[in-house]
Design a binder for this molecule. Sequence first.
Ligand SMILES: C[S@@+](CC[C@H](N)C(=O)[O-])C[C@H]1O[C@@H](n2cnc3c(N)ncnc32)[C@H](O)[C@@H]1O
Length: 231
Amino acid sequence: MRAYWEERARLNAAFYVDTSLDYDAPDMTRFLETGKLVAALALDDAPVVPGQRRLAVEIGCGLGRICLALSERFDKVIGYDISEEMLEQARPLVADRAVELRHTDGAGLPGLADRSADLVVTFTVFQHIPDVDVITSYVREAGRVLADDGVFAFQWNNTSGARRWRWRRAAMSVVQRLGRGDRYDRDRPEFLGSRVPLAVMDAALADAGLVRVGLRDPGQLFTWAWATRQA
Ligand SMILES: C[S@@+](CC[C@H](N)C(=O)[O-])C[C@H]1O[C@@H](n2cnc3c(N)ncnc32)[C@H](O)[C@@H]1O
């Protein structure tokens, strides 16, 4: 995963963070605006909100557009990413804000104290992770770091056919390796990621000591859920 995302960041970080952008001329105004929309979706359009606004944490922050938006709402924001190159390019964008960017091994939130985060959020990251155990590891980490009245707000690929998708993903990546796949190299397991059924996600939340309290657009690529600590 790291090698794939390091290379994407070097090639065209903004495009691979948001592939609806134009590859040759990414509209950075729209890009940053989308960060605000995602923060609004996680917080304003939510069934539950964090009790306090001290610390927000983003898993897979990319260029930091969501961190930037969250910094208008929280005292401090910490963004984690697997790609050092992504973080390097993000630093000037989030400069002078209460945003700290940290590198992760790709499955955890190192250096973050237990029960310290009022919000843990992730968007367009779980959908790209091919190994479901890595996703459940992040859910466990969210459970570890979430404050008692904190909220875990996350998006993942909840479209049906998780097993079928693994076969299709394998076939597509063979075609990609043969040079006949997507022109932007998105037919790789590291981009195609996994589909995770709701029952699997709910079990991961329960293992992490969390409970789902809200769900938006089930069965979609952009399914969102909100979870809090179990009472
Ligand atoms: C599509 S981008 C989304 C970035 C950001 N969430 C946003 O919407 O602006 C996916 C990001 O997740 C990062 N990533 C991929 N796998 C990861 C992992 N296992 N742990 C942490 N970050 C990961 C990539 O490096 C990339 O920056």
